[in-house]
Design a protein around this ligand. Structure first.
Ligand SMILES: NC(=O)c1ccc[n+]([C@@H]2O[C@H](COP(=O)([O-])OP(=O)(O)OC[C@H]3O[C@@H](n4cnc5c(N)ncnc54)[C@H](O)[C@@H]3O)[C@@H](O)[C@H]2O)c1
Length: 433
């Protein structure tokens, strides 16, 4: 199948590479000429395990190409995926400018029947708007299908190659069947291809993300209350997870969720509720609890040091919004570090992949080290903000020897409180004593 993918971000690039990997001819299109040039040279702008090898193989074998030439891409491709960003606008709603721009370009440039697939996360009703925009530009036949993406950054290739489910929203059954065929190689182990109407497919994506965000905020609230009443959230998590109706995933308390999806998608769903006079009360609370969670973490640091912050230095482990990605969008580290810098702390930091991204947020106000120990030199406290694997079993004696004060604020509960105290650390975590 000839496929065009518009937008070469976390979703478009992974989808393009994976479709090529299953034998399709894929052209990835972006308006960012610098990015396209880099991709052509084999430089991958994002960190995503397994992706560089897959892109290299499929470009070498000429199934995967990159271009800024919209016309050539539209003409060549039978299926056109829209995978551009849908960031938060001033109202909280999803900003659909890029989606509509691509739709307009497709309509203007198409020369025969095309199957247009919205993969970006878009509010209910967007499929109909995309259809109207294209219809204004062309006399050719086309279908618009919704195919929301559920991949997780950090495991994006794996998720795309072996999805839990594929959701296809289509008002035309033939269009839906084409997508079922396209995805057949990815669901051989029995994951379902769920076919539904376009509006429902658009809503599934938001419902799933909002639910996951709600689980995290719920656990953060329970953890915060544990701190007040003197209970241990880790055991509570285990006690809850053993209930088959609850299950173990997404029950880890921390410094709040971040990234380019949960914050944006909860806000967009709240806004959709407002537009339909149906306030999403639970989600409003999910969003508020989340934004308070990073502040609460900073408060612990403030309480520990009191007003005297001038000569104090903190080290931060982990900057990306979660492990195994270099993405810093809405990362809790941003809010935490900015607050500490404003308080007068000096901040050193380490992240295995996100330092280059971090410079865009903090410039030279943060000193970056090339390994996790570097930033501990002379530090009065370590803050664990992202739970990269490499942080889990450090050399504690070496840490203590390097730090001015052996104090750890563990925002991800990666260390054991009893063990840390035994080693001589002053230790704070989330929802545990
Ligand atoms: N990142 C994730 O984990 C994830 C998961 C599931 C769904 N999604 C959704 O997928 C969509 C894309 O997310 P992302 O993280 O890949 O975004 P991204 O910001 O990483 O990439 C978007 C890309 O689109 C390009 N672009 C913008 N306007 C364009 C245009 N008119 N024509 C062609 N290219 C254009 C940008 O240059 C950029 O390269 C969003 O709606 C997001 O909510 C993201």
């Amino acid at each position: 199948m000839n496929i065009g993918v518009f937008g070469t971000g976390y979703v478009g690039l992974v989808a393009g590479a994976c479709f090529a990997e299953s034998g399709n001819d894929v052209v990835c299109v972006d308006i960012d000429a610098k990015k396209v040039e880099k991709l052509r040279q084999g430089i991958i702008p994002i960190y995503e395990p397994g992706l560089p090898e897959m892109i290299e193989r499929n470009t070498r074998e000429e199934r995967l190409t990159f271009t800024t030439d919209f016309e050539a891409a539209v003409r060549k491709s039978f299926i056109l995926f829209i995978a551009v960003g849908t960031p938060t606008s001033a109202t909280g709603a999803a900003d659909l400018t890029a989606v509509f721009n691509v739709a307009r370009d497709i309509g203007r440039l198409m020369d025969r029947y095309k199957l247009i697939v919205t993969k970006s996360t878009v509010p209910v009703g967007t499929g109909e708007k995309v259809r109207e925009i294209i219809a204004k530009e062309t006399k050719h036949q086309f279908d618009v299908v919704s195919n929301p993406e559920f991949l997780k950054q950090g495991a994006a290739v794996e998720d795309f190659m072996k999805p839990d489910r594929v959701v296809v929203g289509a008002d035309d059954i033939r269009a839906a069947e084409i997508l079922r065929d396209l995805y057949a190689p990815f669901v051989r182990t029995g994951s379902p291809v769920l076919i539904m109407d376009v509006r429902t497919a658009e809503m599934v994506k938001y419902a799933a993300n909002a639910f996951l965000a709600a689980r995290i905020s719920f656990m953060n609230e329970i953890a915060n209350l544990c701190e007040e009443v003197g209970a241990d959230v880790s055991m509570i998590r285990v006690g809850m997870a053993a209930d088959a109706r609850i299950g173990p995933a997404f029950l880890f308390p921390g410094v709040g969720y971040g990234g380019s999806c949960f914050p944006k998608d909860t806000k967009a769903l709240i806004q959709t509720g407002r537009e339909h006079d149906y306030p999403m009360k639970i989600l409003e609370a999910v969003d508020t609890v989340n934004s308070d969670q990073a502040d609460r973490f900073v408060s612990k640091v403030r309480k520990h040091f009191g007003k005297d912050t001038r000569e104090k230095r903190v080290a931060v482990w982990g900057l990306s919004f979660k492990p195994r990605t270099n993405d810093m969008r809405e990362a809790p580290s941003i809010k935490i570090i900015k607050s500490l810098l404003n308080d007068g702390f000096s901040v050193g930091a380490y992240d295995p992949e996100a330092v280059e991204e971090a410079r865009r947020y903090f410039g030279d106000r943060v000193q970056y080290s090339t390994n996790n120990y570097g930033c501990l030199e002379g530090a009065d406290a370590l803050l664990v903000v992202t739970e990269w694997q490499v942080f889990r079993n450090p050399n504690f004696e070496r840490m203590k020897a390097m730090m001015r004060q052996p104090t750890v604020f563990d925002g991800r509960n990666i260390f054991d409180p009893g063990h840390m105290r035994q080693l001589g650390f002053t230790y704070y975590s989330i929802g545990r004593r």
